[in-house]
Design a protein around this ligand. Structure first.
Ligand SMILES: NC(=O)c1ccc[n+]([C@@H]2O[C@H](COP(=O)([O-])OP(=O)(O)OC[C@H]3O[C@@H](n4cnc5c(N)ncnc54)[C@H](OP(=O)(O)O)[C@@H]3O)[C@@H](O)[C@H]2O)c1
Length: 333
C-alpha cells in the first residue's frame, strides 16, 4: 500500500539498561500520512514487522500513551514484556528465605519463583509447591536441578547454631550453643555456599545475591566463638569467593535480624562494620528480603558489598527508591 514507509530509525529507548530485562522499548518514528486510518510499519529487518516480532505489541488500548504526534511525524513507543526472570532462593524455609520466596511469588509478572529447602518438612512448611526443590547445599549434585535454568540466585542459607539443652534463663548465665556434626559453618557457610556459586556459574546464572552478616571484619567478634564455629570467618570466605567469581553479585551484610514489619523504615548502608559502632545495627527480615529482590532490578546493585541496617520506625522516611539506594553504595567488597 502506498502509505507504507520504511521506518527511518529503530532505537532502544532510554530505559535504564538495568530494566531491559523487564521491558524492551522500541521507539519508531515515521512520517504521518495525510489520512492514516491504517498504518503499516515496516521493520528494517523484515517486511513484516509485527508478524516477525509476535511478542511486540504496538500501541494497544493499554499502551496507547505510547503514540505521540510531533508535527507531521508520529512516534510510536512499543512496549514488549521480555521473559520473566527465574529466581531461586535457597534457605527458602528459613526465616528470611521464606519471606523472599513469598515476595517473589507475589510478583508473578516479574519473576518465576523457585525455592530450595533442605528437607521435605521445610517444603511442607512453605506450601509444598512444585517450584520448591529439596537439596542439601553440602552435596553439590543435589542442588543442580534447582539451579538449572535460573537467571538469578538469592542465597539465604546459613549454619544454624543450636542452644545446648538445660539453659535456665533465671540463672543469669548466657546460653551455650553448638553446631551439629557436619553442619558447622565451614561445611554450610563455606562449602555449601561455594557449591551454590559453582553450580550457578556452571549453569550460566546472571546474578547472585548473597546475604551475610555484619561483624566479619572482627576475628574476635562474639559470633565467631559461638559453638566454636567461626561463622563470620567462613561466611566472609564465601563472600570473597563470590566476589572473585566474575558473576555480577550483591553481598548484603545484614545487622541483627528482627521479626518486624518491613517497608516502614529508612534503610542505611555502611561498610567495614562501621554501623556496629552506632545505635543502628538491626533491621527487620522483610526489609532484608526486599533489598534482595530489588537488587535484581537495578544494575546499580551489581558488584557491590555493603552493610545493611535500618533506622527505627518514624526516624527518617521509609526507603522506596531502590535505584538511589543502590547508587549510593561504592564498595565492591
Ligand atoms: N539472625 C540474625 O540476627 C542475623 C544477623 C545478620 C545476618 N544474618 C544472616 O542472614 C541470613 C538469614 O538469616 P535467617 O535467620 O533468616 O536464616 P535461618 O532462619 O537461620 O535460615 C537458614 C536456612 O538455611 C538452611 N540450611 C542450613 N543448612 C542447610 C543445608 N545444608 N542445605 C540447605 N539448606 C540449609 C536452613 O534449612 P533448615 O530449616 O532445613 O535447617 C534454613 O532454612 C543468614 O545468612 C544469617 O546468617 C542473621
Amino acid at each position: 500500500m502506498g502509505m507504507a514507509t520504511r521506518v527511518p530509525f529503530v532505537t532502544a529507548a532510554t530505559t535504564p539498561p538495568n530494566q531491559c530485562h523487564k521491558y524492551c522499548m522500541m521507539a519508531l518514528s515515521l512520517p504521518l500520512p495525510a489520512s492514516s486510518s491504517s498504518l503499516k510499519l515496516l521493520s528494517p529487518l523484515s517486511s513484516s514487522f509485527s508478524s516477525s516480532l509476535p511478542f511486540l505489541s504496538l500501541a494497544t488500548p493499554r499502551n496507547q500513551k505510547g503514540v505521540k504526534r510531533v508535527g507531521n511525524r508520529i512516534s510510536v513507543v512499543a512496549m514488549a514484556e521480555s521473559p520473566k526472570s527465574t529466581v531461586l532462593v535457597t534457605g527458602a524455609g528459613g526465616r528470611t528465605g521464606q519471606i523472599v520466596y513469598k515476595k517473589l511469588k507475589e510478583r508473578p509478572n516479574q519473576y518465576v519463583a523457585r525455592g530450595l529447602v533442605r528437607t521435605e518438612e521445610s517444603k511442607q512448611s512453605i506450601g509444598a509447591a512444585d517450584d520448591v526443590f529439596v537439596g542439601d547445599i553440602r552435596d553439590a549434585a543435589s542442588i543442580v536441578p534447582a539451579i538449572q535454568g535460573i537467571d538469578a540466585l538469592i542465597i539465604l542459607t546459613s549454619a544454624v547454631p543450636q542452644m545446648k539443652p538445660g539453659f535456665d534463663p533465671t540463672q543469669g548465665k548466657r546460653p551455650e550453643f553448638y553446631f551439629e556434626d557436619g553442619s558447622y559453618p565451614e561445611q554450610v557457610d563455606w562449602i555449601g555456599q561455594k557449591n551454590q556459586i559453582d553450580a550457578a556459574k556452571a549453569a550460566g546464572v546472571k546474578q547472585i545475591v548473597l546475604v551475610g552478616s555484619m561483624g566479619g571484619t572482627d576475628l574476635n567478634h562474639p559470633l565467631n566463638s559461638l559453638g566454636n564455629g567461626n561463622i563470620l570467618v567462613w561466611k566472609r570466605k564465601a563472600e570473597q569467593y563470590l566476589a572473585d567469581s566474575g558473576i555480577p553479585y550483591t553481598i548484603i551484610r545484614a545487622g541483627g535480624l528482627q521479626d518486624k514489619d518491613g517497608g516502614l523504615r529508612e534503610l542505611l548502608v555502611g561498610k567495614d562494620d562501621e554501623l556496629l559502632k552506632t545505635e543502628i545495627r538491626t533491621i527487620p527480615r522483610p526489609d532484608v528480603a526486599e533489598v534482595c529482590i530489588q537488587a535484581l532490578n537495578f544494575e546499580e546493585a551489581n558488584f557491590k558489598a555493603f552493610d545493611l541496617a535500618s533506622k527505627p520506625e518514624g526516624a527518617g522516611s521509609a526507603t522506596k527508591d531502590f535505584k538511589a539506594f543502590f547508587s549510593q553504595i561504592t564498595t565492591r567488597f
